[in-house]
Structure formats: structure tokens, C-alpha cells
Design a protein around this ligand. Structure first.
Ligand SMILES: [Zn+2]
Length: 90
């Protein structure tokens, strides 16, 4: 089944770098720069807020949970994002 426009995460490589997920800050506005496809139960978004960058992970469903990485510079966070999308981090 195709028709999806956004990326899907591949199966992770054998030893993906573990990302550290923390509780999201509440009530903060952020700009979503890139995202993975919403057809999956877990959606990842590359976000920026206040000049800093982070990745947000949303587990969809009845027990929707949101977590995010710590803030970083754009270059570092884009590297993590690329690693996530290529199965080198999870
Ligand atoms: Zn999809």
C-alpha cells in the first residue's frame, strides 16, 4: 500500500545509536520542519523553537504519548534526524 508522501523509518541497523527521550516542555510553540508519515503508530518530527532544534516522538492511539530529545543546534539535530531516518539511531 503506497500513497504516502512522507518518509517511513527503516528497520534499524543492528546497533542504532540510542536517542535520549525526555518529557516535552508544555505550551511551547514550535515549528515543524520535517516529519515521518502519520500512517505509522509512531511519528517523528524535526522541530525548532526559540532558535533551538529537537526531535519529537509521538506514539499515536488511545494512550498518546509525546517525548522529545534535548535541544541542540540545527546542524547537530539535523544529523540526528538523518541518523533516525536511515536506521542509524532510534
Ligand atoms: Zn505512510
Amino acid at each position: 500500500m503506497s500513497g504516502c508522501l512522507s518518509s517511513h523509518l527503516p528497520v534499524p541497523q543492528s546497533n542504532p545509536a540510542p536517542l535520549t527521550w525526555i518529557r516535552p516542555r508544555s505550551g511551547e510553540r514550535c515549528r515543524v520542519i520535517d516529519w515521518t508519515c502519520g500512517c505509522r503508530s509512531v511519528v517523528y518530527e524535526l522541530c525548532s523553537a526559540g532558535g533551538q532544534f529537537f526531535i519529537r516522538r509521538t506514539v499515536q492511539g488511545a494512550n498518546r504519548t509525546v517525548a522529545e530529545t534535548s535541544r541542540g543546534r540545527e546542524g547537530e539535530t539535523r544529523k540526528l534526524w538523518t541518523a533516525l531516518l536511515t536506521g542509524r539511531a532510534r
